[in-house]
Design a protein around this ligand. Structure first.
Ligand code: UTP
Length: 233
């Protein structure tokens, strides 16, 4: 029995992206197959546009990053609920509630092979939650499904000469994303630096990939080679 944790960037859940329904249905099918193969899957869902909208709306009136983080967490739990209900709808043995902590999530694995959650407490993003869940449950790896093809040394949307990597050490990734800190609520880099520091300490393998293509997520969950960046020490 293998345990794998998947961080799903909230940007992957936008209804205006064509084919989102079949993307979610395919994801549900992949998870169902993994359960049938006796794997345990943790899914940690990001906040995406509801997090961004809520934080933007509130920032001029709430001058406290911890409070803004809580608004982001609420959005992650909304998105986690969408994924949880979709799995339950198709009969996948998913935990009945969205846990509020890593401890609670780890305990839910005693009851069901699939646990879906969002954020936990202020001070980091769901990447870090996923990495900590992977460490707490002895997962073989943590898959970070985001909306770029690979880890780049700078933002490829603004720098056409940005270099991408198939493999990185934790230290190289930490150098790219910066030191472990959570300065403000809202969007962070390709992987949350807080989580990278935890992964480095515990020597947890990270798979960073473009989750818009569900086949890439599938390959990584199964443990096949995939298009993306493998981070190992
Ligand atoms: P996300 O995990 O979606 O982070 O959480 P993000 O970096 O903004 O989005 P992606 O990864 O690029 O899709 C949304 C916000 O919710 C708060 C943070 O403010 C985060 O930016 N949050 C989330 C927490 O404070 N704690 C958590 O455990 C999770």
């Amino acid at each position: 029995m293998a345990t794998v944790v998947l961080a799903l960037g909230g940007s992957l859940l936008r209804p205006e992206i064509e084919g989102r329904h079949s993307w979610i249905e395919t994801l549900v099918g992949i998870i169902r197959d993994r359960v049938a193969a006796d794997d345990r899957i943790g899914i940690v869902v990001g906040g995406g546009s509801p997090a961004r909208d809520g934080i933007e709306l509130s920032r001029p009136i709430i001058n406290n990053e911890g409070r803004l983080d809580k608004i982001g967490i609420a959005a992650t739990r909304l998105n986690a609920t969408i994924i949880r209900e979709a799995l339950a709808e198709s009969g996948v043995m998913v935990s009945g509630s969205i846990p509020h902590s890593i401890n609670e999530a780890s305990m839910l694995f005693d009851e069901r092979p699939v646990v879906v959650m969002g954020g936990t407490v202020p001070g980091h993003t769901t990447d870090t939650v996923a990495i900590r869940l992977a460490i707490a449950t002895g997962a073989s790896r943590c898959i970070i499904a985001t909306n770029v093809e690979r880890v780049y040394d700078s933002d490829p949307r603004t720098n056409p000469n940005a270099k991408s990597y198939d493999r990185l050490t934790h230290k190289q990734l930490q150098d790219i994303v910066g030191p472990a800190a959570h300065d403000s609520a809202g969007p962070s880099g390709v992987v949350d630096p807080m989580g990278v520091a935890d992964a480095a300490k515990e020597n947890l393998t990270l798979n960073v990939l473009d989750g818009r293509d569900i086949e890439i997520i599938k390959a990584a969950i199964i443990g096949e080679s995939f298009a993306g960046t493998v981070v190992e020490s």
